[in-house]
Design a protein around this ligand. Sequence first.
Ligand SMILES: [Zn+2]
Length: 276
Amino acid sequence: MFQIKTLSFVLEKEPKYNEEGTLLFLTKKFGLIRVTATGLYKANAKLASWTEPPSCVWATLSVSGEQHNPHYRLITLSPKKFFSPLHQSYQSLSWYFFYVRLLKHFLPFNIQMPKIFSLWQEIISAEESWLEEKTQKINFIYFTVKFLKIEGLCPHWQNCTACGEKWPTDKTAFFWPNEPGLLCQKCSQSLAKNNFFVQNNPHSFQFFNILSLEKPLVLPKNLVRVPSEIIKILKISEESTTLTQTLAEIFSRSKINDSDIIKTRNFLLIFLASSL
Ligand SMILES: [Zn+2]
């Protein structure tokens, strides 16, 4: 057994029994981990409020068990930052928990992931972007594009995933459910010729159930057209090095309107659901 201090984001908190509970942490040193802690639900205790997600804390943990299956217990904790704007609306919080759902689904536990940690730090700390619906959508688009790239699930949006052809930004691309990226017209046509029917994973619908969307999303069973407006926004998010730069680029282009931003966000939701 040893002790370690690590910068951690409190992602989720769950009761166990009495005042004992489990915290889901995204840590700098161990990636995603579950931590057992006492006093999490003690009335008026500082620890109880400091561990209300989302927050960022310095946590001292005891680590025991086997290397491939470690057990973490909280020893002490000091708060670093609370993300109060995220608590201001139900809408922001539901999106926050959707991001957490993505991390839990796609990331392995107990593995250090510096790039994911930095990305999370960036998008959670961009508090003003959570306050408005439009900037929150761009926050989600930027996060998802970067997340998929780091995870190697869709490293780029500017080339056909089958033949590698790069398309001009004013050209339509295609998406075939379960494919790890966009397709050019030629490749999409040869897939469509085979005319097979994609069976969606039944869990895909549950994936969205914590979100209140403008209208329910329909998961495609065959070819989807991806208009150039969507590709433009994906490309900006892919090429920008920060969220601030993505926001500035999108807002400086008068040709990008709200409906393009909604379409891009919904496309990414469909893309994620089809990668489950
Ligand atoms: Zn192609």
